[in-house]
Design a protein around this ligand. Structure first.
Ligand SMILES: [Zn+2]
Length: 442
């Protein structure tokens, strides 16, 4: 397919009925699986007992460690090997360039274990562009003012390494070197510098990680008036959405994407994340990969990327916890929509085996008005370190400690030592991503 054909197909699908969406999804799945069985040794073996008339749930699940272990045999082009990728990616000048003029190479940040290597073929890149073009904006009026103001886009992301945001923006720069409408600013640079560059560039669209944009919003020196703020990479909480709306005076929205699946879901004007079901299949499952009902929180997610033929992701496991809604949204779109739980955060497990989802702790800490920013690190099964930026740190901490302890009591979690850290909350030094909750012991 050409870019234009992909664009047309994607745009048309915006108006498809439920039936038609399911039909096209199924056709694309059949095509992908048949290609994959012929061209990927890994999947040929994995799917050897699957008949041609299979259902999606007949196909075995693939995990990241499994895929990385058998990397060369997963790929459908024998010319590409991990050895060649290692060589190619050892030269940082290759960020955003295609290997063999065919595939882009990305690396995931690996915040939950080892990083994955992900190849994008041209079709997968085209689909990302088409989805971005036709589904990014929740509201039409924001799209119009963005166009009117020259589509000037500033992204504050990790601007180094083979990460998706960095690699993709370099790739687009190489393609249209004279286009000055897009800049990427390194999220890990000094705040003063980030603010100066934003003030100077005056973006019509500002994008970045919600936690980081919230931090930048505290600076009075930051004086920009974008038409739209689009966050990604982490959960956009209501509190951050409110804060950014107030600071920038425009609509603030998010989307749900990952390196392996690309654009998984885009936000509508009701604030719902609609799955791009024509190009991706999303299955909410429990820990044993059994389907989880609509409206219920899953333990994991399986994705099937219908547009990537070089490195097929078929029923590939992601550790996000989501709720899939099949009830019709009042925005009138026919696709299903999802809610995501604090995606980059870790789940805490305590000595009695009780697991605590970050969302519950998030709500407790968010309710304490004097706390501006927080981060909680589980340093052992019995201890939690709380990092705070707050008006009165000591009393904010005591309040937080008391509320968390009474919540723990209700869950029968006993004798957890909660202590105030000397450190401020901080992002992961490698990926630039911020987690509100993470485990720091093995
Ligand atoms: Zn909707």
């Amino acid at each position: 397919m050409s870019l234009i054909a992909t664009m047309i197909k994607t745009k048309k699908a915006n108006d498809f009925s439920r039936q038609k969406i399911e039909k096209i999804q199924n056709e694309r799945l059949k095509k992908l699986v048949s290609y994959t069985r012929k061209n990927s040794k890994f999947y040929a073996e994995k799917f050897k007992d699957i008949c041609d008339d299979f259902k999606l749930t007949d196909l075995p699940v693939t995990t990241k460690p499994e895929m990385m272990r058998s990397f060369d045999s997963v790929l459908t082009d024998p010319a590409i090997t991990m050895k060649r990728i290692d060589e190619f990616t050892s030269d940082l000048d290759n960020i955003g360039r295609m290997i063999d003029d065919k595939y882009l190479i990305f690396r995931t940040s690996g915040s939950t274990g080892n990083p994955a290597i992900v190849l994008y073929d041209k079709q997968n890149i085209e689909v990302s562009s088409a989805v971005a073009a036709f589904r990014t904006f929740a509201r039409n009026e924001d799209y119009k003012s963005f166009m009117k103001h020259g589509k000037k886009t500033a992204g504050v992301f990790a601007d180094y390494g083979f990460y998706l945001a960095c690699g993709m923006s370099r790739y687009l720069q190489f393609k249209t070197p004279n286009k000055k409408s897009k800049i990427t600013i390194d999220v890990n640079g000094p705040e003063k510098e980030i603010i100066e560059r934003l003030n100077e560039f005056k973006p019509a669209m500002l994008s970045g990680y919600p936690s980081n944009l919230a931090l930048l919003a505290d600076f009075d020196e930051l004086n920009i008036h974008p038409d739209i703020v689009i966050t990604g990479g982490e959960l956009l909480t209501d509190k951050i959405r409110e804060k950014l709306t107030k600071k920038f005076g425009c609509y603030v929205q998010t989307h749900y994407s990952c390196t392996e699946g690309g654009e998984i879901a885009c936000e509508c004007k009701e604030g719902h994340l609609h799955i791009n079901e024509d190009w991706i299949i999303v299955e909410p499952v429990d820990n044993d990969y059994n389907p989880v009902n609509y409206g219920e929180l899953s333990d994991k997610v399986l994705i099937t990327n219908l547009s990537n033929y070089i490195q097929p992701f078929i029923r590939y496991e992601l550790t996000d916890r989501i709720i899939v809604h099949n009830e019709k949204c009042s925005c009138n779109k026919n696709t299903m929509w999802i809610e995501i739980e604090g995606r980059t955060d870790d789940i805490f497990e305590f000595e009695n085996g009780v697991k605590i989802a970050p969302m519950s702790l998030y709500k407790i800490l968010e309710e304490i008005k004097s706390i501006k920013r927080f981060q909680m690190v589980q340093t052992s099964p019995k201890s939690l370190e709380l990092r705070l930026i707050a008006d009165d740190k000591a009393s904010s901490f005591l309040k937080a400690k008391k509320n968390i302890e009474s919540f723990f009591d209700s869950k029968d979690i006993k004798d957890v030592f909660i202590y105030l850290s000397d450190d401020d909350p901080k992002a992961n030094e490698i990926s630039g991503k911020f987690k509100h909750f993470y485990r720091d012991f093995t």
